[in-house]
Design a protein around this ligand. Structure first.
Ligand code: PNS
Length: 236
């Protein structure tokens, strides 16, 4: 193999198997308002290599083995992957954002290029803030497609410079969702193999506490709905 400079001149060393890597820091042009985040262009004599950062936004309430499968796949494709938990004040989640963050951090501790963060507002605005170039989303079945397509196209309308990348989790997780995990666990079914062990334990603890609370209210002669409204009032 003959190595050459970019302008075509031969590198010293003849046929030696030498590969040179040079780094260019590209900065966004003030003349082009379109999204153009700075990134390190690691070029080598064997061709350009772009460093791509992606975000994987979601609710993760709770994170499942399907989420983990997608994170692992994403971490192999992207140089950097940020799992971004939406802070949504309108939802009544099973887990607080802090709990979800801890679970995801533990689940991804072995993946060096994966980090966990939280955000509110528009996903595209968050992506811009962290200088990501792509949004990763999972598609399990055709039923996911319509919603995901709608979201991807809206995100593209809002920010044309960002790409949405869809990946499929393993087939064994194609029926799995956080909503079903919560429902099965709340009705006493097993969620083993659907979520990592540490998440299973946390879900059990949460549901045991909720059951104890309901039983106490029922034995005090209240209907579940009376108990609920009381507990809501207490929170306020
Ligand atoms: O895990 P989920 O609940 O399917 O994730 C949905 C999520 C968080 C990706 C989506 O609701 C979202 O992006 N929310 C942030 C607000 C936003 O950007 N809305 C416009 C989306 S087109």
């Amino acid at each position: 193999m003959v190595n050459r400079w970019r302008d075509g001149r031969r590198l010293p060393g003849g046929d030696a198997r030498l590969s040179i890597t040079y780094i260019t820091l590209r900065l966004p042009s003030p003349l082009t308002p379109a999204y153009n985040p700075p990134f390190l262009d690691l070029s080598s004599t064997e061709g350009p290599v772009k460093r791509i950062k992606a975000i994987y936004p979601g609710s993760f309430d709770p994170p499942t083995n399907g989420h983990l499968d997608l994170i692992e796949r994403g971490s192999k494709i992207f140089d950097e992957l940020v799992v971004a938990i939406l802070r949504n004040p309108e939802k009544d989640p099973l887990f607080s954002v802090a709990d979800r963050r801890k679970m995801l951090e533990a689940m991804t501790s072995g993946l060096d290029n994966v980090s966990v963060d939280t955000f509110d507002g528009l996903t595209v605005d968050y992506a811009l803030r962290v200088e990501a170039r792509a949004i990763l989303r999972g598609i399990r079945a055709i039923s996911d497609y319509e919603y995901e397509l709608q979201m991807a196209l809206m995100n593209r309308k809002l920010q044309p410079g960002l790409e949405t990348v869809f990946m499929m989790p393993a087939e064994k997780y194609s029926y799995l969702s956080s909503r079903l995990v919560r429902e099965v666990a709340q009705l006493g079914g097993s969620i083993e193999c659907l979520v990592p062990d540490l998440v299973e334990q946390k879900v059990r603890e949460k549901i045991d506490v909720a059951h104890k609370f309901t039983n106490r209210e029922q034995s005090a002669g209240k209907t579940p709905s009376e108990g609920k409204s009381k507990s809501r009032k207490k929170k306020l």
